[in-house]
Design a protein. Sequence first.
Length: 481
Amino acid sequence: MASTLPDPSPRTDAAAGVPAGDQRAGRIEAHGIDVIPDADRRGRARELFAVWAATGVNYLSLVVGGSLILMGLALWQAIAVLVVGSLFSVLTGVLAVPGPAAGAPSEVVTRALFGVIGNRVNNAITGWLISVCYFALNLSAAAVAAFSLVARVGITVNTPVKVVVIVAIAALTLTISVYGHAMIVKLYLPITLALAAVFAVVAVVVVRHTDFGYVPQAPLTGAGLWAAVLAGVTMVASAPLSYTTSADFSRYLPRTTPKRAIIGWTALGNFVSGLLTCLIGVLAATAVDMADPQSALESILPGWFIPLFLLALVLGTIAVNALTAYSAGLALQAVGLTIRRQVSVLFDGTVAIALTLYGLLISNFLDTVNNVLQLTVVLLGPSVAVYATDIVLRRNRYDGPALCDESPGSPFWYRGGVNWAGAFSLLAGAGTAALCVNTLYTGPIAAALDGVDLALPVGMLVSCACYWLTMRRSLAAIARD
C-alpha cells in the first residue's frame, strides 16, 4: 500500500523543461515518505547547521532557561543543568545519520525498529501526536509575543484579535512546511543570522543586569536539590529529544556524506542555539522575575529595541514550528493515510491551532509548558534510545526501497507486521519511566525517592538494554553481510 502520492503536476514540469524531481526553494516539494532518488540528492552536511541552529532561538528556550532559576537552583547549578541537558543534542545528530543511508525520512526508517504495522502506531503517537503538541506549545509562545506587538500599535488584544494572530502565525509557518525541504534549507541561514543578531543584543543587555553571585534565599539541599536538578535536565533535554525525526532533513544529502559530518553539524547547530538562548533565560532570572519572561525582558531592554525583540521571538518560533509541522505531515502519511504531504501538513496545523487556542485562552501557559515537557520524555527518551541502538547495531545499514515495502513479504514485516522486540523495548522503557515520573502525577518510584524524577535516564537505559539484548545477534549478522 502506498502511503504517499506523487507530484500532482509532473507533466507541467516536463513541459517547462524542469525535471519532476527538481527541488528548488520556489517549488512545492514533490516527495513525501518515498525514497529520494540519487539524482535528487545534493548539498553538504554543513547546511544542517543553520537548519538546526534556528530551532533553539525561540521563546520556549527562554521560558525553560528562566524556569531553572524559578525551580530554586543557584546560578552555577542552573548552568550545569543546562549544559548536561543540551548535550542530548548529540542524539539528534545520531538520529540524522540514517537519512542519507536510506534516502528516506525517520518515519519510514523506524519500520526497521517496530515493523510495518507497529511503526504506524509509533508514528501516530511519538511521531504525529507529540509533534502536534510541540507545534501548539511553540505557537502559543509566538502568539504571546505577537499579542504584545499588536498592542504596541494600538490594537485592543481581545479574543477575536488573538484568534486572527494565531492563525496568521500558523499560516506563515505552514507555508514554509508545505514548500518543504528546499525552502527550509534556503531560508534558515538568513533566519539564523537575523535571530543571532537580535539575541546577541539581548544577551549583552542581560549580562549587564546579571547577578553572577546569585543564590536563592532558601538554597535547595538533599532530595529537593536532586529533584530540581533532574527535572531541569529533563526540561532542557526534551527539546533535542523531541527531534526523533532529524533524518527528515538529512535524507536529501548524497549517500556518501560522512556520518561524522552529519552528526557534528546537526548536533552543533542544535546544541549551540539551544544552550545560548536558554542561558539568556537563566541569567535574566537572577535579575528579573522570569515567571513572565517576555515582560521581564522588556523591562530591561531599550524601548526602541523591544519591537525587534518581539519580532525575533515570533520568527524563531515560526522556524522551529516549520520543521515540526513538516515532520508531523510525514508522520501522518507514515501512519497509512493516502494523502499528499502538503495536505497532511495543513491538517496538522489545524489541530495545532485548536490546541493553541485552548492553551492560551483556557489553560495556564507556564504550567502547561513545564508539565508537557517533562511528561513527553516518558515516551521520547525510550523512543530515541531504541532508535539510536538500532543505528549502532546495524552500523547504519538501511535499505530505503526495502523499508518502503509495506507488503507482508517485506523484510520489515517481522511477525504480523510488528517487530515485537522493538515494541517491547519501547513499552518497557516507557512503562518504567512512568513509574519514575513526577510532573502531572507522581509515580511510585518518584514518591519513594521524595519526588526525585528519574524517568529520563531510567526509561532510556531500560529501552536501550532491552533492544540490545533482544536484537544484537540478528542485527550483528545483518551488519556483517
